[in-house]
Design a protein around this ligand. Sequence first.
Ligand SMILES: [Zn+2]
Length: 491
Amino acid sequence: MKPTHSLACFFLLSSLALAQHQTPHKAKATKAAPVTRPKADPALAIHQSALIVDTHADTPQRFLDENFDIGQNTPVTEGHIDLDKVRQGNLGAEFFSIWVEPEFKGHYSQRAMDLIDSVYQQAARHPDKMTMAFSADDIARAHDQHKFAALMGIEGGHAIENDMRLLRDFYRVGVRYMTLTWSNTNEWADSSGDIQDPNVKHHNGMTDFGKDVVREMNRLGMIVDISHVSDATFYQALLVSQAPVIASHSSSRELTNQPRNMTDDMLRAMTNNGGVVMVNFYSAFIDENYRKASSDPEKIKQRDAEVEAYKKAHAHPDGSPVTYDETAAIEKKWATQFPRPPLKSLIDHIDHIAKVAGIDNVGLGSDFDGVTSLPAGLDSVADLPKITQALYQRGYTREQILKILGGNFMRVMREVEATAKRLQTERKESDALSFEDIELMAGNRVNHAQLMDRIKQHGVNFELTPERRTRLKAEKVDESVLDAIVKARKK
Ligand SMILES: [Zn+2]
């Protein structure tokens, strides 16, 4: 049942786009000959003129685990993103998700680095069409050069292995957002995915270290992403963060009752924060009927059993985990038993968030290549123009549509960059040592006498909470230094 209709639609859209591109050349060549031009579709014209940013796609697993080349044109049943589809959908920039499956325990950062490398490899293979990007200016520049901009966001704070140095390293290799948790609560932030599970140790939101992670992300210029987190983590992150945050791939809980979606109160908090909610396209997050049907416990049990059986039968000889990518076919097939929701359901979410959070606080976070079902007619990134058409039909203006498609995200990215610049300057100007300064010196094994000297000379600008005390002790900082820190506190 897939797609003669939507294929016809691709062809119509791309031939229109082609016609628009080619007309001036033809006119030049033939001069006097009248040009027959199809009546321009205003929605399509808006779409083609937009800088479109999508903030979440799980394609790196395909790069790494399947050796998928993004230059390869693949059927939509296999993947939602390749360069040809990106061109058809006029996608300007994608945040590729560095998603570390919790199964990689003990090797989180290594897995993350492998996924990061896989994104760079794709950009290196296709330098004429694709480029790595690390800032809002980079995205704009790539757009001017007609190149697809690839960015990276870590999905799941467990990837930093409770180590602030790794967080900084991830920034250095180009990661520009981090989702504080995935579906698993980590050692410093609670997730919505297991918040009801009494066997999981929760923190009532975030620990002191978790809050320091947010502060350090602000200082680095890494966007704080609150998709997946528990409600308490969400509100605490907003209190701590000095820069606007994003939800890289979350929808509305008022419309679809999924704990991972955002309540109207959360949406209003995003307005105050100045952040942006990037709407997730997954059928179970945007359509209540689909969510109910696909959350039938019996059916889930049967699917999970099938996945487990596959994992057992295909265990890797080196003991490494069987990845999501390998079992995705089972999950995709399972999902086909539930009818896809209409595209209208997705548009309803965009509309609702635009109304509650505001037109400046909504964007697109597809979750392409990470979900088993998309609304009908939206088979891949090539179908993005249909979203623009639907918004246009609902009365959204060109200016509003451009904000949703990418303008809002670009504003937030620039604000995050400006905040980082400000914080870094303030840090330089302030004499007092931060907790990170001391942790770094201790980690670098600066000797006891030097450490004492610096603390006495500069003072410190933080309170030594019990958790921070434990962390410094873990770095072999002794009691006399801890006492000196308490005395050296500057307000
Ligand atoms: Zn996710």
